[in-house]
Write a protein that binds this ligand. Structure first.
Ligand code: ADP
Ligand code: ADP
Length: 228
């Protein structure tokens, strides 16, 4: 099964009003385990809307969202919330780390919320920080970390509960090119090593070209461009 499948998704805002904005009009995609897919779109084309619908933060007007072989429209609210928390990880352009907690604590918190013991949460946090090359920064608060380090912590937090799907909205958009490259390489290592499915919105053509496929969102539909 694909980890994420969207079938014919339609979405508009202010439906039925004169100022209705039709954002998606039949968008479809499938992402397999271990696949990193770039989402490329002009600003305002609906990339955030598509990511929110994929991560069950918003509902489509029409069409189906399948996660791990399950039609999300047929699940209870409780089940959808469980899927969003356990199976989906989010990363945004700005990291939104909690400033009063250390890197390690920021990564441990979602695991504690999911019922892990603090020893297990801490071990997992350290393992992830090592994997992205900043094990030595575990006890630093976000303000004491560089932008690239902060964003790597945000990736670790998104992956702490071992989601099957990672959704990222311009995850390296506020970093300089060199840092962006390091952070992206760390992310790709995690995707390859964990069999994660990743949908990563980016304006950076070099990063898009390093993923398995590129999807272009234009006119409310997804154009399945194969990059290699
Ligand atoms: P992108 O992330 O590609 O910039 P968005 O998904 O944020 O695009 O938005 C797509 C379009 O829908 C834009 O024209 C935006 O202004 C509009 N839009 C997004 N969210 C809302 C909303 N809650 N209400 C009304 N219009 C919205
Ligand atoms: P991004 O930085 O990813 O492009 P946006 O700034 O487009 O994100 O959107 C941030 C949030 O604001 C999203 O949740 C989006 O749905 C909402 N939003 C975007 N445009 C509008 C709008 N015109 N009216 C209301 N909400 C909007």
């Amino acid at each position: 099964d694909p980890v994420l499948a969207l079938r014919d998704i339609a979405k508009s805002y202010n439906h039925g009003n004169p100022n209705e904005v039709v954002v998606l009009r039949g968008a479809s995609l499938e992402i397999a385990p271990g696949e990193a897919v770039a989402l490329v779109a002009p600003s305002g084309a609906g990339k955030s809307t598509l990511l929110h619908i994929s991560g069950l933060l918003d509902t489509p007007d029409n069409g189906e969202v399948w996660i791990s072989g399950q039609d999300m429209a047929r699940q209870s609210d409780r089940r959808r919330t469980a899927v969003r928390c356990a199976d989906v990880g989010f990363v945004y352009q700005f990291h939104h780390l909690l400033p009063e907690f250390t890197a390690l604590e920021n990564i441990a918190l979602p695991q504690l919320a999911a019922g892990q013991t603090s020893a297990a949460a801490e071990a997992r946090a350290r393992e992830l920080l090592e994997a992205v090359g900043i094990g030595a920064r575990a006890d630093h608060r976000p303000a004491a970390l560089s932008g690239g380090e902060q964003q790597r912590v945000a990736f670790c937090r998104a992956l702490a509960n071992r989601p099957r799907l990672l959704l990222a909205d311009e995850p390296t958009g506020n970093l300089d090119p060199e840092t962006s490259d390091t952070v992206f390489a760390a992310l790709m290592t995690l995707v390859r090593e964990t069999g994660l499915a990743a949908l990563i919105a980016t304006h950076n053509p070099d990063l898009a070209a390093r993923m398995d496929r590129v999807l272009r969102l234009e006119g409310g539909r997804l154009d399945q461009t194969v990059s290699r």
